[in-house]
Design a protein around this ligand. Structure first.
Ligand SMILES: *Cc1c(COP(=O)(O)O)cnc(C)c1O
Ligand code: SF4
Length: 368
């Protein structure tokens, strides 16, 4: 199952048992330039950004994820996801809350854009902080933490809103919670008859795969139907440890999906995207969405024009398994909008004209 995916190894002075212990990983997180030196040689621009952004969007990386960085290359696609650069300080167009999520919250941290489902930001903490995070405004910010009373208020809102059949637990990251807290939360949700499915949005299979313990999987299994979407962005994140975590979740009967973000210099070329998607399906993770990067503060250097994204996904069509290709989407305050090359070219008389993956036109008789 994990064959063909590289395994990480602990740095000197760290035992294999510590390395594989998620609580050790959380305690040993990299939080400043000095600690980063254990994994990479920070360049001047990174040092400057770490210092200048300290008060704005904190810098936190798990040792496991830091070990995936190229120590010499500041443009390494792993490193750019988590180590700040001064470009983050230069983004006149970016907004703190581009999807206007706060305005769509009937109660604190419940975001409702669709009639039947919600995103419920149960936790404002993550194992590490991604520089492109859509929820930068809340991740690591104490004011966005959910007190027990606030979680109960949100659960009461779900209980009295019978249209809600699908609850997406997100954050931050819900799996940073202890098993006990998760068991309580899932138990509460399961006691609401109209909540048909619970979804987890978590990056821990990518950033801290050791969190996916057998105990956690047994706990999740008791609350089915549970679906889980994770967030791999680059093929180098597909390690033996990540594959093991996904395998455990799959064996607990949880369907796994992936949501990535299309980012300049990280995954915006067809070969990288294809390697990511094909590696994911080898791990039995179905690529679900790939997001157009939002107009989010401090992320101008990651954004790719939509036309380039369309051409990239157009180029994958017909050249890999259909289920390896995610839906390219733009998220808006009105919901997610699918973006796709127009393979349907329109009607001519009683026929429709369509375009094949390799650019040939086909005419198909079509009733009016
Ligand atoms: C993405 C999202 C969902 C889930 O959307 P699906 O297309 O069903 O995966 C639900 N609510 C909000 C607010 C979202 O952003
Ligand atoms: S794991 Fe997700 S929520 Fe957490 S910092 Fe990264 S993108 Fe944001």
């Amino acid at each position: 199952m994990t064959s063909g995916f590289p395994k990480t190894s602990p740095p000197e002075g760290v035992t294999e048992a510590e390395w594989r212990d998620w609580r050790w990983q959380m305690r040993a997180r990299v939080r400043d330039a000095a600690a980063l030196e254990g994994f990479a040689d920070p360049v001047a621009d990174e040092r400057l950004a770490i210092e200048q952004l300290a008060q704005r969007f904190h810098f936190v990386i798990t040792p496991y994820y830091a070990a995936l960085m190229d120590p010499q290359d500041p443009d390494c696609p792993i490193r750019r996801q988590v180590v700040p650069r001064s470009a983050e300080l230069q983004d006149p167009a970016g907004l703190a809350d581009p999807l206007d999520e706060v305005a769509h919250s009937p109660v604190k941290n419940v975001i409702r854009v669709y009639p039947d489902r919600i995103a419920f930001c149960v936790n404002n903490e993550c194992a590490l902080y991604c520089r492109f995070c859509l929820r930068k405004r809340m991740v690591g910010e104490p004011g966005w933490a959910m007190k027990q009373r606030e979680l109960e208020t949100a659960l009461a809102w779900i209980r009295r809103t019978p249209e809600i059949r699908d609850v997406l637990l997100t954050g931050g990251d819900p799996l940073v919670f202890s098993d006990d807290k998760l068991a309580w939360l899932l138990g509460e949700l399961r006691s609401i008859p109209h909540v048909e499915i619970v979804r987890l949005g978590t990056r821990l299979p990518v950033t801290l795969p050791f969190r996916i313990t057998d105990d956690l999987c047994r706990l999740l299994e008791r609350h089915h139907p549970i679906w889980l979407n994770t967030h791999f962005n680059h093929p180098r994140e597909l390690t033996a440890e990540a594959a093991e975590a996904c395998d455990r979740l799959s064996r607990a009967g949880i369907p796994l999906g992936n949501q990535s973000v299309l980012m300049r210099g990280i995954n915006d070329d067809p070969d990288t995207m294809r390697a990511l998607c094909e590696g994911l399906v080898r791990m039995r993770v179905r690529p679900y969405y790939c997001y157009q990067a939002q107009l989010l503060e401090g992320t101008a250097h990651f954004r790719v024009p939509v036309e380039e994204g369309l051409a990239l996904f157009r180029s994958l069509r017909g050249r890999t398994s259909g289920f390896a290709i995610p839906q390219y989407v733009l998220d808006t305050p009105y919901g997610k909008v699918p973006l796709q090359h127009p393979f349907f070219r329109g009607r001519e008389g009683d026929d429709v004209i369509v375009e094949s993956f390799d650019g040939r036109l086909w005419r198909e008789p079509n009733p009016r």
